[in-house]
Design a protein around this ligand. Structure first.
Ligand SMILES: *Cc1c(COP(=O)(O)O)cnc(C)c1O
Length: 415
């Protein structure tokens, strides 16, 4: 038997408030017997989250994945439509494209933000414009809490009048290039036409499972109509009639009143969690940042990333591989992971197009070659990030001693 030292340290696990806010809201729902389906916690959670991020309106749903699905429907995406989607992400970003019968085209990352490359996006637009098949939407992701290059991406999409769906599942609380000193915060998730957040167990705040769709636009009436429509679809599309009348396909995607109670409590400690996540990232930068071949994840000094997970890259100059780091940590009962495997490398999306970057050139899928036989990583920007990356334990319950221990184990590998 392998020696297990003490409690397991997780990548990220649920962290309820020390004050017990979540329990108070749940208790209130029990007392009023507002267990399900809806109730005041759901309404209040929508309002409170919208207020926190500065969104015009919000709909609380059963998962972030459900929110992406509803977002695509709200944008009118259907059978045969093209959707441009960031390749480096979790599969939940891309699966809903298939739910609505549309066709994903995957877009590579840029080195600067690890998120969607505006140059590859431009190239994809040019290619699909020539084919006479412009996309109906673009899905951009803020991975690990790092804000994507929204200025450039929104400008390209604006030129083609194509709406943007922001997958901010991992970046709740990330401020993008705001004038933070003036209090002009603008949060990721509120730049696109639709934004989504996730409250899954590993995210920066959790409801045990849940998601939120937010909507923004110049026409306030259209925004509130769109969100109202999402609430309607996600409660089985029941028309206003005593008898059960259905004119559209419905879904059972609404958040329960108990779950929303947990969310209201968690929202109160979001800023605290962000502060702790950023402290964890700083600690890794200080301890590991100057090791040979190590590069910590990027951060834009004009933005404030929530640092949901701390991630490092190991170049070929490093004396150890990502696998060595993960194995050394696992021996000590500490969790770590590779980066998300890009969607264009996933067997389930093997037939989809990909526009990527290699040595500064924007190329087609056929121009990339596999550089790692084990994982199937290729030499695109996202492929190389995937090959070189390690997600480090970033649990907000980690103590200073935990952090010293983790850094110590990793540093030993360089000695
Ligand atoms: C977690 C996650 C989702 C899905 O959210 P769920 O609430 O788990 O359905 C979508 N996209 C990204 C990038 C995620 O990390």
């Amino acid at each position: 038997m392998r020696k297990m030292s003490g409690k397991r340290i997780f990548l990220a696990s649920p962290h309820m408030s020390e004050e017990g806010y979540e329990k108070e809201y749940i208790e209130d729902a029990f007392q009023k017997n507002f267990i399900a389906p809806l109730g005041e916690n759901v309404n209040a959670f929508e309002k409170e989250l919208a207020q926190k991020v500065g969104a015009q309106d919000a709909a609380a749903l059963s998962a972030g994945t459900a929110a992406i699905h509803m977002g695509l429907l709200a944008l009118g995406i259907g059978k045969g439509d093209i959707v441009f989607c960031q390749s480096l992400t979790f599969s939940a970003t891309a699966n809903p494209i298939r739910y609505v019968g549309a066709e994903p085209v995957f877009i590579d990352s840029e080195k600067e933000t690890w998120n969607m490359s505006p140059d590859a996006l431009k190239k994809a637009f040019e290619k699909y414009e020539k084919l006479g098949k412009l996309p109906k939407a673009v899905i951009v992701v803020h991975l690990y809490g790092i804000a994507a290059n929204l200025d450039a991406i929104l400008s390209v999409c604006g030129r083609y009048h194509v709406p943007v769906l922001e997958d901010a599942a991992e970046s709740l609380g990330t401020v993008y290039r705001g004038e933070m000193t003036n209090g002009h915060f603008k949060y990721t998730g509120t730049f696109g036409n639709i934004g989504i957040y996730s409250f899954n167990g590993n995210k920066i705040i959790t409801t045990s499972g849940g998601g939120m769709l937010v909507c923004n636009g110049k026409d306030a009436q259209a925004v509130s109509a769109a969100v109202q429509k999402v609430r309607f679809w996600s409660t089985q599309a029941r028309e206003q009639a005593k008898h059960y009348q259905h004119e559209e396909i419905g879904y059972n995607y609404r958040m329960s009143n108990i779950v929303a109670g947990i969310g209201r409590g968690q929202l109160k400690v979001l800023d605290e969690r962000i502060a702790k996540k950023r402290e964890i990232f700083d600690c890794y930068c200080k301890n590991l940042g100057s090791l040979k071949g190590v590069q910590m994840m990027p951060h834009d000094v004009h933005s404030r990333d929530n640092c949901w997970l701390s991630v490092m890259l190991l170049s070929d100059d490093a004396p150890v591989t990502p696998h060595d780091v993960m194995e050394a940590l696992e021996k000590e009962n500490i969790e770590s992971r590779p980066l998300w495997k890009p969607m264009h490398l996933q067997p389930v999306f093997a037939d989809c197009d990909f526009i990527g970057e290699k040595d500064g050139n924007m190329l087609e899928k056929k121009d990339f070659s596999v550089i790692d036989q084990n994982t199937g990583a290729d030499n695109s920007v996202s492929g190389i990030l995937f090959k070189q990356g390690v997600c480090l334990p970033s649990d907000t319950k980690n103590t200073t001693q935990d952090m010293e221990r983790i850094c110590g184990i990793i540093k030993t590998l360089w000695e």
